[in-house]
Design a protein around this ligand. Structure first.
Ligand SMILES: [Fe+2]
Ligand SMILES: [Fe+2]
Length: 243
């Protein structure tokens, strides 16, 4: 779907996202005062999985910034560009913390990983609406993942970091959902149906790669799928209520 399918309308939001992201930055500053990555002990069997997620978190966001400007102009949402810049900053902060704990555990970071490459290629070709859908998928998967690895980690500092990242990802879902545009009922039904199918496929792929982490929270890929679907439904209700 391209940008030309967007109705030119103002976006209705329930939150001042600029202020929320700014407040969160302060909370991370407080977090950093009581966090020492050199003491974090990661389970060796989770290292590869954490490396893959670290790479996913690390995005320059150039394409996203371009799309945000287009979206802001089309929807009379001038604050969106700044909010997206702050959002990208939050994801890069996650990447930075994960990189630091990986290095503290004698592991490096990756420059390439197959699932990350698929998402990066997809992002190059989509317009704003599809980009929001992709971001949403990534947030849903991130929530499932960080809640699993927080539960699976024995080290209190590692647990604390994963729980802190999880807190951000939960907010990010709401951020993206509030910016999803509503179309006609039929187009909306098709779009959300399509997203459900895509999310199911993404869940299977993520389970194949990270099942050994995810099984600490979900008994099977089907349970994880149900949970992800539940998050998507909540998002859909938010988006349609505001649309
Ligand atoms: Fe993140
Ligand atoms: Fe996120």
């Amino acid at each position: 779907m391209t940008a030309t399918t967007f109705p030119a309308s103002a976006v209705r939001l329930t939150k001042d996202w600029g202020r929320i992201f700014a407040r969160n930055t302060q909370q991370w500053q407080q977090f950093s005062t009581s966090f020492d990555e050199s003491t974090v002990r990661l389970e060796p069997e989770f290292i590869k999985s954490i490396q893959a997620f670290q790479l996913t978190e690390q995005s320059e966001g150039k394409r996203l910034m371009t799309i945000a400007k287009e979206y802001a102009a089309r929807h009379d949402a001038p604050d969106y560009v700044m909010a997206i810049r702050q959002f990208i900053g939050e994801e890069q902060r996650h990447a930075d913390y994960l990189s630091r704990v990986l290095h503290a555990n004698g592991a490096g970071t990756l420059t390439k990983q197959w699932t990350d490459s698929i998402f990066r290629h997809l992002r190059k070709w989509v317009g704003p609406e599809m980009m929001l859908s992709l971001l949403l998928m990534a947030e849903i998967v991130a929530i499932a993942y960080y809640s699993s690895i927080a539960r699976a980690s024995q080290d209190p500092q590692a647990k604390k970091l994963f729980e802190r990242i999880l807190q951000d990802e939960t907010i990010h879902i709401q951020f993206h959902c509030e910016h999803m545009t509503s179309f006609t009922p039929l187009v909306d039904a098709l779009r959300w149906g399509g997203q459900r199918v895509f999310l199911g496929l993404v869940t299977i792929v993520i389970w194949a790669d990270h099942g050994h982490v995810l099984k600490h929270r979900f008994s099977s890929v089907l349970e994880m799928m149900g949970y992800c679907n539940h998050l998507l439904t909540k998002c859909m209700k938010t988006a349609l209520a505001l649309g």
